[in-house]
Design a protein around this ligand. Structure first.
Ligand code: PHE
Ligand code: ZN
Length: 850
């Protein structure tokens, strides 16, 4: 247990900092274990702030000396920062500190990755670089001088003077310290250029380690497309002479939007056909767009405090989703996002880690970079747009950029913009930001005298700290079909904002069939006790691509639940209904590939728990296996047809059209393997000239237990490529059968290439284990123990990544008493580790409900 109770920070306690920062000058004298950072910072009193001591954040810093207006001072220094007496007016603060980038394994602040210096300052990493008011509402211009022998030395803004052993940068745009960045190393660039809408030339670069230049072309194109798209769709122009992206191998997250100098996990920017899958390419494109879009939503307009994180993240995720829809397929993107939301955000929102999109308290802010803040935050923006309409949304965004450029804002500012632009009262809508939990919507219907009525009820279950919930504004998009399958009411948006509400539609000769929550118009669980006939009907006829897909998904879910609970055989109406859809060659192959998917086993466990059953992971695994087997046997005629359609003869391109066909091909191959024991997969493995085909083949060989030779061949081919080796590590766990999961994971942790301090490698292995539902929940508790052992070990090295992975245990209360007891014991064991980090302490305590 921790010695002192960790401190909780509350939104309600916000107070502005007592000074403005007028300018920041930093000099870095780089040395691996003893970098000197010299700061010159001009402070001036902030007349709008209450009186307070002058406190600067600072952690892990060795203070060499400090001066105020040129006179040496001796501040009062603690582990968290320093306090010093300052003049009543404006003054110049100067400090020299020493830091240890090489010894920094937490990857926050200034650290080293493969001999290269880089920084990560969001959320509170800048305080590990120098003493500073490290809070997002303190904004300033930065001038940075870097001294060192490295060939390349980068920081934010525009380059100034450079010469032998030094480089200077100036960022004219005031920014919070979390957007500061510095990179230095012997890097090479992949160059590009962009001309903005007003004719300004911008130099673009992707900086990588020598040898990775051939993996940059795709990212560069994605960057240019993003810049153009933000001009076309949001009217936002880039505002510096240069935009740099750097690829880093050791990184806790996906990427970081530092002003003019984005730093990327190399897995999120490097891509080539031989080493990256179609999904990797799509992700690279989306993340480059995401970080670029932050230039306006996050950087030019930033957050007042970290409680407002969704202000930049929800909006930027929403924007990158719009971009992906425009670049690729809108229905496919929407369905993929809903799968992701249900797979990651719903379990969070329905368990002990549930928190509002705008949390009201935290101990460690790093624990709140969550699916709720990001993905539900984006859903909330989507609902707002649906409610006010596209034209009003565009007007509101223009007003937001006009009114708040250069400011650090709150959700109140954001909503006020919409209220002013539309005249709408958003007081009730605001509950989406303050109320945690996933609303459950139930539906009943009636039909009399040509009038069809839909009655909705909403209820949000209690969440930690929020026993009572008030009704939310739920935009409910509905359509109605008549019994012969024609649409008789096109998509109509109902504003469902009471606990219970009835909507009437008149003029029907026969009772219509409702198509509800079209486009997934709100992040809710729809509890519709409709018959399977209705779902089968919608699967065949719905005009809305989302609800049509979801009808198939619900049929799959219901048959799997039956199979688990009663040992029933699969519902042939579902399998045959699905077949009809799969045979429709007018439908996008990617859409049909999504249709072939079934709810995840974890999702099924939740459904069973919600219905009062204790989920048995082995039984769920078995049901999923049986369903796939029955499909494969039923579709012996269909599968070769689809395989032919999926064939790509043109040279590889990661575009939507080709990836769609490969996605369909992969879905077909996984069924085919159940019939041929892996013969087709082996052929594909032998012929594959791109990673997408190579990996789907390997996955099926693993699944079929024919993997020894293939895994060895793959290893020998790719052992020099870290990103591909992450796939090799992860896939042999992810694609195997439950009983092999823990032993394989354990064996892989002993592999010489298991570089567990690298977050990508650690996640490849441990993440694959925890995502394998039946394998991780092995009844002897071996999965729980193995994960806890490694989390305990990683905590001393990298608390942030450790804390994120504790979420594997968040669903523990779904399971039987024996499993619950074993998980509780592991959580307690983690909690009693000596010197447990604040990050992990908070996560484990919340999961335990302590
Ligand atoms: N702000 C980054 C993004 O969403 C995520 C991030 C957070 C990266 C914290 C690093 C550290 O784009
Ligand atoms: Zn972001």
């Amino acid at each position: 247990m921790k010695a002192e109770a960790p401190q909780t920070i509350y939104l309600k306690d916000y107070t502005p900092f007592g000074w403005h920062v007028e300018s920041v000058h930093l000099t870095f004298r780089l040395a691996p274990n003893s970098t000197r950072v010299l700061s010159k910072i001009r402070f001036a009193p902030n007349p709008d702030a209450p009186a307070q001591d002058f406190f600067l954040h600072g952690e892990m810093l060795k203070l060499i000396g400090a001066k105020i207006d040129g006179a040496t001072v001796t501040p009062d220094v603690t582990d968290e920062g320093l306090t010093v007496t300052v003049p009543s007016g404006a003054f110049l603060w100067e400090a020299e500190v020493e830091i240890d980038p090489k010894g920094n394994t937490a990857l926050e602040g200034l650290y080293m990755s493969n001999g290269m210096y880089c920084t990560q300052c969001e959320a509170e990493g800048f305080r590990k670089i120098t003493y500073y008011p490290d809070r997002p509402d303190v904004m300033s211009t930065f001038t940075v001088r870097i001294e060192g022998d490295e060939k390349v030395k980068l920081s934010n803004g525009n380059p100034q003077e450079a010469g032998e052993g030094f480089a200077e940068w100036h960022d004219p745009w005031p920014k919070p310290a979390y957007l500061f960045a510095l990179v230095a190393g012997d890097l090479v660039n992949f160059p590009g250029a962009f001309t903005t809408m007003s004719g300004k030339q911008v130099e673009l670069n992707i900086w990588v380690r020598p040898g990775d230049e051939d993996k940059c072309a795709f990212g560069m194109e994605a960057l240019k497309k993003s810049m153009k798209w933000d001009e076309d769709v949001y009217g936002r122009e880039y505002d510096l002479d240069i935009f740099n992206i750097v690829a880093v191998d050791d990184f806790n997250m996906g990427a970081m939007e530092n002003k003019g100098l984005n730093v990327f996990n190399s897995s999120c920017v490097l891509a080539s056909p031989e080493t990256s899958t179609d999904a990797n390419f799509e992700r690279v494109e989306a993340i480059i767009a995401h970080e670029y879009f932050h230039n306006w939503t996050g950087n030019r307009i930033t957050c007042r405090d970290w409680f407002q994180l969704c202000l930049k993240e929800g909006l930027t995720v929403f924007r990158d989703a719009q971009f992906t829809s425009d670049m690729r397929s809108e229905p496919v993107k929407r369905i993929s996002d809903v799968i992701d939301l249900r797979g990651r955000q719903f379990p969070e929102d329905q368990g002990p880690l549930s928190h509002p999109v705008r949390p009201e308290s935290f101990q460690e802010i790093n624990n709140f970079y969550t699916a709720t803040v990001y993905e539900k935050g984006a859903e909330v923006i989507g609902m707002l747009k649906r409610l006010v309409g596209d034209e009003a949304y565009a007007r509101a965004l223009d007003l937001y950029f006009d009114r708040h450029d250069g400011q650090a804002c709150t959700i109140e500012d954001w909503l006020k913009v919409f209220e002013d632009a539309t005249g709408r009262d958003l007081a009730q809508f605001k509950r989406w930001y303050s109320q945690a939990g996933t609303p459950r919507v139930s539906v009943s219907e009636s039909f009399a005298d040509g009038t069809y009525s839909l009655t909705f009820r909403q209820e949000t279950p209690p969440t930690p700290g929020q026993p009572e919930k008030a009704p939310q504004v739920i935009p409910m998009a509905v359509g109605l079909l008549n019994p012969n399958g024609d649409e008789v009411l096109p998509t109509t948006l109902l504003e469902f904002n009471q606990s219970e509400q009835t909507f009437n539609f008149s003029g029907f000769a026969a009772k219509p069939v409702p198509s509800l929550l079209r486009g997934f118009s709100a992040p809710v669980v729809l509890d519709r006790e409709a018959g399977r006939d209705e779902q089968a009907f919608l699967l065949a006829h719905d005009t809305d691509t989302f609800t049509r897909w979801d009808a198939g998904r619900q049929l799959a879910r219901e048959t799997l639940v039956d199979m688990v609970l009663t040992g029933a055989t699969p519902d042939m109406a579902y399998i045959d209904g699905l077949e009809a859809v799969l045979r429709d060659e007018t439908l996008d192959p990617a859409y049909r590939a999504l249709m072939m998917g079934t709810p995840s086993q974890s999702e099924l466990a939740q459904v069973l728990a919600d219905r009062g059953h204790v989920p048995d992971p082995d039984a769920i695994w078995q049901a999923a296996e049986t369903l796939a087997q029955v499909k494969a046997e039923r579709w012996t005629d269909l599968l070769p047809r689809l395989a032919a359609e999926a064939e790509v003869t043109a040279p590889y391109s990661p575009d939507a059209e080709q990836s769609a066909r490969r996605a369909l091909g992969a879905a077909v191959l996984s069924l085919q393997t159940r019939l041929d024991g892996g013969a087709a997969a082996e052929t594909q493995f032998g012929r594959a000239d791109n990673m997408t085909l190579q990996l789907s083949a390997l996955s099926n060989l693993i699944r079929a237990g024919r993997d020894d030779a293939a895994l060895k061949a793959f290893h020998d081919q790719w052992q020099g490529d870290r990103l591909v080796m992450d796939k090799w590590f992860g896939l042999q766990i992810a694609a195997t059968t439950p009983e092999k999961v823990v032993p394989r994971t354990e064996a892989l942790t002993a592999h010489p290439a298991f570089d567990w301090k690298n977050p990508n490698r650690f996640r490849a292995v441990m993440g694959a284990m925890m995502m394998h539902h039946a394998g991780f929940h092995s009844v002897d508790g071996a999965g729980y123990r193995l994960l806890a052992d490694w989390l305990i070990r990683l905590d001393d090295v990298n608390p942030q990544t450790t804390a994120r992975m504790c979420s594997a245990f968040q669903t523990w209360r779904r399971y039987d008493a024996g499993r619950q007891e074993m998980i509780r014991a592991e959580l307690e064991r983690i909690r009693s580790k000596p010197k447990l980090s604040r990050d992990v302490d908070e996560m484990v305590s919340r999961i335990l409900g302590a």
